[in-house]
Design a protein around this ligand. Structure first.
Ligand code: HPA
Length: 244
């Protein structure tokens, strides 16, 4: 049987219209996840919700226990994850409040516990990561976007930076040269761990701001929050179509 989890990021510590049934604390061999797992119903379907940065948004990207988060979901039988993430837009069609379903990843993060395969191994395992986001799940998310009448960008390269600071314009220029279309801080190692755990995984990115240097202005938290509020309304419509 399939069980869907939604991981909520910045701007999505709670799902609108979600009916909570029970909250379950979790403890895994990798430690404790960011928050209790919340079981409940959304648009008629049983799902599990996890707030990536904690219920009160207190855990910065580099301090998230990604291994515990994915393991905790695995332990309760989750088979697919829709990861919601706030990002900065690099490519010209990735402006504020736009939704995108990225297709590739470049990882610039460092020092994060990023694999389940390191100690006490019977053999060395190298997961395939040709398609870092599960193609069928991506397609279903894009179909849902279309059903909801939204213009969702299909594909794009998500560049994962370390944070918590935002990037310099020079860093964004380098990322653009590398082929990045979006920049966020939490996409890795989350996606790779889901693959290691055998859980289908795809991301809906909500653009919170133009990436550093893409406008002449500095990036403010007020701007990020205003754009996210708009993008999150579209994300809620996409999720409704996805689940219904
Ligand atoms: N950079 C990295 N992560 C982000 C950004 C950004 O500009 N906006 C939202 N998350």
């Amino acid at each position: 049987m399939s069980l869907l989890a939604i991981i909520g990021g910045t701007g999505l510590t709670r799902l609108p219209e979600f009916e909570t049934q029970r909250r379950q604390p979790a403890n895994t061999r990798w430690g404790v996840p960011s928050a209790e797992l919340t079981f409940g119903r959304l648009h008629g379907r049983d799902i599990v919700f996890l707030a990536r940065h904690g219920d009160s948004h207190t855990i910065p990207p580099h301090r998230i226990n990604y291994r515990a988060n994915i393991q905790a979901l695995k332990d309760v039988g989750v088979t697919e994850i829709v990861a919601c993430a706030a990002v900065g837009g690099i490519r010209s069609d990735m402006g504020p409040a736009r939704l995108a379903v990225p297709s590739q990843i470049i990882d610039y993060s460092y020092g994060r516990a990023h694999t389940y395969f390191e100690d006490d191994l019977d053999h060395v395992t190298h997961i395939d990561f040709t398609f870092p986001y599960t193609p069928q799940l991506r397609e279903r998310l894009l179909d849902a976007g279309q059903q909801a009448g939204l213009r969702v960008v299909d594909g794009g390269v998500y560049g994962c930076t370390q944070g918590p600071r935002l990037e310099t314009p020079a860093e964004i220029t380098r990322m653009e040269r590398d082929g990045c279309d979006l920049v966020g801080m939490t996409g890795m190692p989350e996606a790779a761990l889901a693959r290691e755990a055998g859980i289908d995984y795809a991301c809906v990115a909500v653009v919170a701001n133009w990436a550093a240097g893409k406008t002449s202005e500095e990036i403010t938290m007020a701007e990020i929050e205003a754009h996210l509020a708009r993008g999150m309304a579209d994300l809620a419509s996409l999720l409704q179509a996805f689940l219904s």
